[in-house]
Structures are given as C-alpha cells and as structure tokens.
Design a protein around this ligand. Sequence first.
Ligand SMILES: *[C@@H]1O[C@H](CO)[C@@H](O)[C@H](O)[C@H]1NC(C)=O
Ligand SMILES: *[C@@H]1O[C@H](CO)[C@@H](O)[C@H](O)[C@H]1NC(C)=O
Ligand SMILES: [Zn+2]
Length: 460
Amino acid sequence: CGARNFWCMLKQNKLSTYLKRGAISYDSSDQTALYIRMLGDVRVRSQVGFEPERRSSHPYLFIDFRTLHSKYESHSVPERRLHRLLSCQRYLHSSRLLRGVPQQIPLHILDEDYTGQARCMLEKVGNWNFDIFLFDRLTNGNSLITLTFHLLNHYGLVELFQLDLVKLWRFLVMVQEDYHSGNPYHNAVHAADVTQAMHCYLQEPMLAKSLTSYDILLGLLAAATHDLDHPGVNQPFLIKTDHYLATLYRNTSVLENHHWKSAVGLLRETGLFSHLPPEDSLNVERDLGSLILATDISRQNEYLTRFRTHLDQNNLCLINASHRHFILQMALKCADICNPCRPWELSKQWSEKVTEEFFQQGDIEKKHKLEVSPLCDRETNTVGDIQIGFMAYVAEPLFAEWTRFSDTRLSQTMLGHMGLNKASWSSLQQEQTSIPAAPSHLMITFCLFLLLLPPLLINH
Ligand SMILES: *[C@@H]1O[C@H](CO)[C@@H](O)[C@H](O)[C@H]1NC(C)=O
Ligand SMILES: *[C@@H]1O[C@H](CO)[C@@H](O)[C@H](O)[C@H]1NC(C)=O
Ligand SMILES: [Zn+2]
C-alpha cells in the first residue's frame, strides 16, 4: 500500500528531504494530538500513488496513528514523535538488531539472563496455557520476532522454502516494529499470541494430517502480520473521520486491507520470496490477503454460515486446496478471537487491554464531539459486559462450529475456559452491584459492533 511505499521511500534516501519540507503541523494546545500532513507534498503523493488529498471539516483528518495511544510518552517533544511517525525509529532499531545477525541463533537479542528461560518456554510453545506476556518480557519485548522465527524453523519451512535467514530476520524485525507498541491491545504481543494459537491449531489432527508446508507457512505468516500497523481505532472511526485509508479501500475491510498491503510491502521490501518465480510470490501475496481479510469481524456471519453448511453436509474435503484454504481462514479467525478461551489469568489481561483500547477511542470521539462508537464509552460499558456479550454473540458461535469440525481435547479445553471466564465476569459484575445491562441491550450493541442487522444474528 501507499503508506508502505512512502516509508520505504523515506528510508531509502528521502528522509532528510522530507523533513526539510516541514509539511507538518500540530495542535500546540493539545500535547496528545499531533496532526501530521503525511502527504503534504504533492510530488511525493503522486509518486507513491496516493489518492489526492481531500479537504475536510474534520481537524483530525490527519490524525496520527502512532500518537493516538501515546499517553505514556506525553513528555516527548514533537521532534521525537516525528521520527516515530516516519518509521525512522523502526529503521534505526532494525539496523541495530540486524548488525549482528546470527546464522542460527534467533535468541541473540535476549539478555543473557533471560535467554535460558525464554528458550525453555519455547519448548512448550504448543501448550494452550503458554503465557505470551511472560514470554514477551523474557524476550525483552521481542516475542513476535522470536516466536515466529522459532516456529518457521520448527516446521522446517526455512529450509524447505530456502528462506534467506538474513532476509527473514529483517522481515520479522520490521513486522514487529510496524505494530504500534502504544496500542493497549492491537500491538505485537497480540500478533504473537495469535501466531502461538495458530501453531496450536495447526497441530490438531484434522489440520496436521492434511495441511501442506505451504499452508503452514501461509498460516503462520498471516497470523504474524494480520493486524500490521493497526491504528488502535476501528473502521467506523476511520470512516467518520474521513481517513485516507477509508477512501483508499472504499469503506470496505479498511483495516484488514491495510494490514495485508502492509505485509505485502514488507515482503517485497525485504525480498523474502524474491528467489521464487514471480508467479509463486504473487500467489503468496494473494493467499495471505485472503487469510487476513477473513479476520474482518463484520464478515463473521458469512464465514460461519459457510462453515456450518460444509459441516451439515459433511462435504469438507481437505485434499482440495480451496477447502484447506477455507479451514486456514477459520483457524486464523479462531486464533484472532481466542482470548476468551484462554485460562482466566491470561484471558482477563486481554479483556482489560482490548476494553482500554475501545475506551480510548471513545475518549477521542467525545473530545471531538463525534458520536461515541458502540462499546467505547467508559461511562456506560464495563469490561465484564463487553466480555459477556463478546462471548455470547461472537466467540461462542465460532468455537461451537470449530469444535464440530475438530472435536479434540484442545477444543473442549477452549470451550471449558470460555464457560468459566464467562461465569467469572458474571459474578464480578454482580459484586459491583451495578445495574446489569439488559441482554437485549447488549445484543443490539454487539450487532452494531459487528455492523450487522439484528435479525441476521438471530437467524442462525
Ligand atoms: C464512505 O462512507 C462515508 C461516510 O458514510 C461516505 O461519505 C463515503 O462516500 C463513503 N465512500 C465510499 C467510497 O463509499
Ligand atoms: C475444490 O473445491 C471447490 C469449492 O468447493 C470446487 O469448486 C472445486 O471443483 C474442487 N476441486 C476439486 C479438484 O475437487
Ligand atoms: Zn487481531
């Protein structure tokens, strides 16, 4: 996508030129809002193929993704933010990490003290109670790079696809750096968590006996990149603030398209598959897109209906590549929303993080006198309400079908955790003696969240 090319171009040699153009403005009355005219220079814009800039009444048209959730760095000077915006930080960081690329040892970036413990954890990377938060601390914030590198080796994919280790390492560093560490939820740890869940699903008998190495490679890459460069706000927010990405992707799967195109940008930039025939690397890019686009939660019913039909008619045939691809899509969808299926101590942390991200969006909406999005109002929603609704209307229907497809110990464990977690949130809600949200109200909120009409949801 354009943004990627833009950053690429900056990294090549135009960084200083761009900085001198100074096409940047920020609202000095508000330290948390830095408005940047990323595309300020017409020549830059036309070179990278952006849609023409449009004027809008919204002052936050140029709201900067990277500073949306940056309250922890409220003292940083604008200049520092600027570097982050331009992905310069990532660039510097990458080159620092790349300086001593080892041929074999993926854990060289770890502090010596923690290396052993992180390695030890990796031996149990296929366990459903794998603590990704602990792993992230032990790897000094490099859980996504370390985990993905380990898994690609574990499955023998590096050798099989003759991946260049230096390119692969560079690719993974850039992927991790392109997640926004300031997002409470949609950051690299979420991506690592989804990748770990994907690994667990890939080992389920139904998949293990039918997937090809190509499927596995694709599944892992899609999991690692599926939320790349996520701004920490949702699609309706981008649409109502007239963000260029909404225009670029015509209000449809705006974020997912951006994640996909960002991933493609990094694949091309690092040349990870440049040794493959062009046709093959184009297929990788296309299939990656089809997996990432399946994570659009507003298309949940579409996928669920198709899954149900296959299961009812018992006609999934995993020798057929397109059926395998469909199962990979479902696996990725499950991995993406499996938080309620994790043990309480992990699940609870995810719930708090995702709610905080929603509430921060709500705060921004209130500040700019926009309508507050469903689930985003910290005055009227609670973590528990949101979780209970999410489980009832989104996660349970999906995992029920997944269990029909793959009725294993893992599936039963996941359903078991989800039941317990739901009960825990319910009892916490009652303790708080707040007026319990009426079920019908919750359902309507979730329909809005899914961008669906209520009858569609009731019908299944
Ligand atoms: C996207 O949605 C906005 C707001 O509803 C609308 O003004 C705009 O025309 C839509 N764009 C496209 C391409 O449909
Ligand atoms: C594979 O499945 C697709 C979709 O169901 C179908 O259109 C196609 O004919 C199948 N291919 C083979 C070789 O059976
Ligand atoms: Zn996700």
